[in-house]
Design a protein around this ligand. Structure first.
Ligand SMILES: NC(=O)c1ccc[n+]([C@@H]2O[C@H](COP(=O)([O-])OP(=O)(O)OC[C@H]3O[C@@H](n4cnc5c(N)ncnc54)[C@H](O)[C@@H]3O)[C@@H](O)[C@H]2O)c1
Ligand SMILES: O=P(O)(O)OC[C@H](O)CO
Length: 330
């Protein structure tokens, strides 16, 4: 079995930093590329990332760089760049054949491409994988128990990467369903915004449970139509992550929804934010992709319209509640 020991991480936000720390915690050398000079300096000088992962102490074996060329010698790269910026960063990667493991959760505007599709366009000669599941960055950085889906095109690659990433408290479950893992992560972000709206508007726990179930039905319809496997959507990368982010204001997507539910407008909530709520980018894209494919996604559609500022939370809730009654299986 191929083994991987020199990991590089592309992206110095909360999740890239937490994954880099996971791999470097026992002293293994890990290279992390960050876009912000302040992140590079803080990681190398103080072993911290106060911009994106405040409170975490990082291993001295984690070395940051602002130059992607410094990742050329790595034998596997975790790519943790928000999807709207992914294509540009991938185009600047140094040439090589190291596998790319995609850890971002979203769909690109216009192209309707998931990270794996973007990689096939930009750097088709590398093995590709997806790492996705219920994983708050600060918990992983703190060494708390976590399980996650690791999907690759073939079982041998998925198993080799899972073996290299596994730690006593970090358990990757192997899959060959990359599209299922990508769709689970992208759609749950949107549904977390919707659950935050329900919470912010004080609509109660019955409403939240209804939204999680009907949201999962949307994720499943969209996923199956695009070739995802039902087991993946019902697993860590789908339902598992949906449960995590629909029940905690530690989720940036849920917290954004809470603000919308309390009546704030999206533009104000999104202005000047440094961290991402990927669901806000993905909602209009996935809503449009579903419409084009004739797939009903009313919750996703409502979040897309709210984020665009076309409607307020009260109107979105009223529209969802007044939809015609229907059999549960649809
Ligand atoms: N934070 C988590 O707990 C977590 C867990 C799993 C997956 N994710 C996913 O990981 C991805 C990254 O999220 P994060 O939490 O690490 O980010 P973050 O919110 O902590 O930080 C934002 C990131 O976006 C980058 N960025 C901003 N503008 C950019 C540009 N023009 N070009 C390139 N990069 C730019 C910043 O450098 C920074 O790395 C997202 O898709 C997110 O859904 C996050
Ligand atoms: O903070 P969020 O909403 O981006 O969620 C973070 C992760 O995706 C949780 O698995």
């Amino acid at each position: 079995m191929t083994s991987y020991s020199r990991f590089g991480v592309v992206g110095g936000g909360a999740w890239g930093t937490a994954l880099a720390q996971l791999l470097a915690a026992e002293g293994a050398p890990v290279r992390l590329w960050a876009r912000e000079d302040a992140v590079v300096t803080a990681i190398n000088a103080e072993h911290r990332n106060p911009l994106f992962l405040p409170g975490a102490s990082l291993s001295p074996s984690l070395v940051a760089t602002g130059d992607l060329a410094d990742l050329a010698a790595c034998d596997a790269l975790l790519v943790v760049v928000p999807v709207p910026f992914l294509r540009a960063v991938l185009a600047d990667l140094p040439a090589g054949h190291a596998p790319l493991i995609f850890c971002s959760k979203g769909m690109e505007a216009q192209s309707f491409a998931f990270p794996i599709d973007i990689a096939r366009d930009v750097c088709s000669d590398r093995p590709l994988a997806v790492l996705s599941g219920p994983t708050f960055a600060h918990e992983v950085a703190a060494g708390l128990p976590t399980a996650i889906t690791l999907a690759a095109a073939d079982t041998a690659t998925a198993e080799a990467l899972a073996q290299a990433l596994a730690r006593p408290h970090f358990r990757p479950y192997v899959s060959t369903d990359m599209i299922g893992a990508e769709i689970g992560g992208a759609v749950k972000n949107i549904l977390a915004i919707a659950c935050g709206i329900v919470d912010g508007a004080g609509l109660g726990l019955n409403a939240r449970a209804a939204l999680i179930s009907r949201g999962f039905a949307e994720m499943t319809r969209f996923g199956l139509a695009r070739g995802a496997q039902a087991d993946t959507l019902a697993g860590l990368a789908g339902l598992g992550d949906l449960v995590l982010t629909c029940t905690s204001s530690n989720s940036r997507n849920f917290a954004l929804g809470q603000g919308l539910g309390r009546g704030a407008d999206a533009a104000t909530l999104m202005a000047d934010r440094r961290t991402v709520a990927e669901g806000a980018f993905s909602a209009p894209v996935i809503a449009a992709a579903a419409r084009a494919d004739g797939i009903e996604m009313p919750i996703t559609d409502a979040v897309a319209r709210l984020v665009a500022g076309d409607i307020r939370a009260g109107e979105a809730i009223q529209a969802l509640l007044s939809r015609p009654l229907r059999p549960e299986g649809r």
